[in-house]
Write a protein that binds this ligand. Sequence first.
Ligand code: SF4
Ligand code: ZN
Length: 262
Amino acid sequence: MLTHNDHIALALSGGKDSLTLLNILAKLERKFPRSKLSAICVDEGIEGYRDEALLLAAKECDRLGVNQLTVSYKELFGTTTDEIVKLNLGKTPCSYCGVLRRKAINRAAVMVGATKIATAHNLDDEVQTVLLNMLHGDPMRIIRSAPVLRDVKGKFLTRIKPLCDIPEKEVVLYAYLTDLEFQTIACPHGSEALRNDIRIFLNQMDQKHPGTKFTLQRTAERLRELLVNIAPPTGLNECERCGDPTPHQICEACLMLETVVA
Ligand code: SF4
Ligand code: ZN
């Protein structure tokens, strides 16, 4: 995932996963003098929720001496998640917020001059996503959720998920054992009902049949190899409007912003 001279832009939310990864990457970075670590925080504009997380993230970056950049939806896109929710457009808040966050992280990573973007998805997140893709009837998306996602044309930053094989329970354990102060309240707009059902199902399965999550992760890896042969990735295009990476001509975020920003 990493080379000795990478400049890693870590997407830091202030939750247990990204703070854990921040600590691990900061330790690693000290051993490799030519590497660099920057933390990227995104303020989606969610009152009573994001402010606390941003404070915790900033405090930990200060303690570790990690360079931090915070970008906000308001300054980048002229709107916030709270404002989009008020428009009551029919889709779930996460379907807007998630697309904009991805775009905000890309922008911020370019701003700090990173060579790679790291996100803190753990094993549980990854296998939930595999099942979600299947239940949505979109198995080809499994290709795009790989632990290392390189742009085949080499134009855009590689995305990596260093915690993808670490169960959530172990991340929590690490966070408690190292006394990390992380945000525990949930987003007021969180509405991922199907993902929650899958989470409960997978936890029950793993309890009854230990190793289920790892097996599913390995199955996804094999599926990915097969799917890549059937439909090799053709690389991303530059969005005609904003220049950000997209498999289409205009990126999902630009299309979405048309409907939410007057
Ligand atoms: Fe955005 Fe949904 Fe996450 Fe809340 S739970 S921050 S709305 S993606
Ligand atoms: Zn765009």
